[in-house]
Design a protein around this ligand. Sequence first.
Ligand SMILES: [Zn+2]
Length: 174
Amino acid sequence: MEDEMEIIEGERCPLCLQNTLTLMERVLNIPHFGVTHMFSMHCENPDCDYHLADLEAEEDKKPVKDSLEISSEEHLQWYIVKSADATVKIPRMVELAPGPDSSGFISTIEGLLNRFKTILEELTQDDDKDVAKKAKNHLKKLNRVLWGREAIKISLEDKSGNSAFIRERLEIEE
Ligand SMILES: [Zn+2]
């Protein structure tokens, strides 16, 4: 698989204005999706920690609306390509939505579920007891899915089209 990476260090950070910004661009050819450019910015200043990441397919894409049923351990090794414009969620449980903190990434489904777990783990500490209790129950369910003992549906919507479920294993270093 084609994989080129370019790194530029010492750029000016838009947040702390120090020359501590590292820019990265990576070009990947993703099966069933095409040539994709991944961009990220990260500020090396520990007091700042500014971070931004997104990705874009080389060809123009149509809006995407898809869902994936996770019902075996094999599905955990499939992939998601997600742009910062995408909404990806487990309905009535947890979601990643577009916004200032949204980022684009390529990940295994297992990696995506672990991101959801992190969100739910934070919610278990919520001051609202109902929210915390719900999050605990959702976490239990998510763990059963990760152990291959329960099925779950993930939905994906992206008006920019720069997102997809890839229903096979890929040879990608994350
Ligand atoms: Zn900075």
